[in-house]
Design a protein around this ligand. Structure first.
Ligand code: ASP
Ligand code: MG
Length: 462
């Protein structure tokens, strides 16, 4: 293979030993030209996030210091394990410098008592900025020349939508090529996942789990032959193995199937990961760090209808079902548009929509953290009017999505889905099927979700 992007998530680089192991994987599987993308060490992003929120309400300087010291120790220790002595000092220096900066930023936040999205992105960026130098040093230690770069240094430029920034493609493509291609001749660059810069050079993030996205952005920019995502599972599974014991890895998925699965909560890939790969038709492979020889899941543009029509079943918990109803809605033009405008202005992302043809109600599903905002915005929009009578919100629900491109044009899949669910004694609250027919999704009470999923997996995938 000529050109490969390899991405390693937090669990893959949890500590010094694991980082060493990642270096060996790179050594074994690398192509003529390879870029490595790395996440923060396991749980670092979460702890930065939680601590930043806590600091906002003011904490003592001592506490900030001990938080940063602990983080520093963890990275120094990983460095000592993973990196040979001769390469350590610039890395330890970098860790020292980053931790000093972090302490200052956290102290600042604590004094001002304000945590903006921009400063939060800055705080979160330390996770990846601390991990990349260590992995780069681990590669050098086994004789692979390497250099570390932040997402911004690698050329990824976004808008200023902190927390979930959008890539500015023309700029990014040009810059990434300019910066990375010359390095690839004799080095394996290690790029921080998840973070980038806006056009003014301020650090942004691509949304939680965004390192996958970084890998595919880079892959698309440099026209990689493949993009490999190393995870701690055997690829993408037919279902969450914690719910269904005989869940198994899926060999081949199409881009669209993988996107549906990522979107509907199979937390294997960041939902935007596939888009850049599609644009350049680059195969994406999801592989297991702990078993790198196994094939994992290959994601490509088209797949034949493999045995059976359904590829996977995913569950999304932590969602809320909102029902908007009233006889006045019948034949009233513009109600739906007002609903979605109100939600959009409140910055609420809608996960599922359905409207019965009686038009007397519209049901939507949003993530639970958005539910209050959503209900408030709808109540405000329809106050003192006769059109909408009630707005009800049920927080105790889950979305189940049945995904498979083979469902397209196959008769009777929906019937089998709902018979299996009914036989399991589960009541369905809402249904939607996109006209792509790649996905049937429906809503059940959260306590019924596992039962329904097990029944569906038995019906289609066992
Ligand atoms: N470290 C970031 C996060 O935990 C990005 C990633 O892991 O992909 O969200
Ligand atoms: Mg992570």
């Amino acid at each position: 293979m000529q050109r490969l992007v390899m991405k390693f998530g937090g669990t893959s680089v949890a500590d010094g030993e694991r980082i060493k192991n990642v270096a060996k994987i790179v050594e074994r599987f690398r192509a003529k030209e390879t870029v490595v993308v790395v996440s923060a060490l396991a749980n670092v992003t979460d702890s930065l996030l939680n601590f930043a929120k806590k600091v906002k309400t003011h904490v003592e300087e001592e506490e900030i210091k001990s938080f940063v010291d602990e983080l520093k120790e963890r990275h120094r220790y990983a460095c000592e394990i993973a990196v040979n002595e001769e390469f350590r000092s610039p890395i330890l220096l970098e860790i020292e410098k980053l931790c000093n900066d972090l302490e200052k930023v956290l102290t600042g936040i604590s004094y001002i008592g304000e945590l903006t999205k921009r400063s939060l992105d800055y705080v979160l960026s330390f996770g990846e900025r601390l991990s990349a130098p260590i992995l780069s040093g681990a590669l050098k230690s086994i004789g692979i020349d390497s250099i570390w770069l932040s997402g911004g240094e690698a050329g990824i430029v976004t808008d200023s939508n902190f927390g979930r920034a959008n890539v500015i493609w023309e700029k990014t493509e040009k810059l990434v090529r300019e910066k990375l291609l010359p390095l690839l001749k004799d080095k394996v660059p290690v790029v921080t996942g998840f973070i980038a810069v806006d056009e003014r050079g301020r650090i942004t993030t691509l949304g939680r789990g965004g390192s996958d996205y970084t890998a595919s952005i880079i892959g698309a920019c440099i026209d990689a032959d493949e993009i490999w995502m190393f995870k701690e599972t055997e690829g993408i599974m037919t279902c969450d193995p914690r719910i269904v014991k005989n869940a198994k890895p899926i060999e081949v998925l199409s881009y669209i199937e993988a996107m549906e699965l990522a979107y509907f909560g199979a937390k294997v890939l960041h939902p935007k990961t596939i888009e850049p790969a599609i644009a350049k038709n680059i195969p994406v492979r999801v592989k297991n760090t702990f078993n790198p020889n196994s094939k994992g899941t290959l994601i490509v543009s088209e797949t034949k209808k493999t045995n059976g029509v359904v590829k996977a079943i995913s569950v999304m918990k932590n969602v809320s079902l909102i029902n908007i109803s009233g006889a006045g809605m019948i034949s009233e033009v513009g109600v739906a548009s007002r609903v979605f405008n109100a939600l959009a202005s409140a910055n609420v992302n809608v996960l599922m929509i359905s409207q019965g043809s009686s038009e007397a109600n519209i049901s939507i599903v949003v993530s639970r953290e958005d539910a209050d905002k959503a209900v408030d915005s709808l109540k405000k929009e329809f106050k003192d009017e006769k059109i909408v009578k009630t707005i009800e919100c049920n927080n105790n629900v889950a979305i189940i999505a049945v995904v498979g491109a083979g469902m397209r044009g196959t008769k009777g899949v929906a019937a089998r889905v709902f018979r299996a669910v009914a036989d399991a004694g589960v009541n369905v609250l809402m249904i939607a099927q996109g006209s792509s027919e790649v996905n049937i999704s429906f809503v059940v009470l959260e306590e019924d979700a596992d039962k329904a999923v097990i029944a569906l997996h038995d019906e289609f995938l066992s």
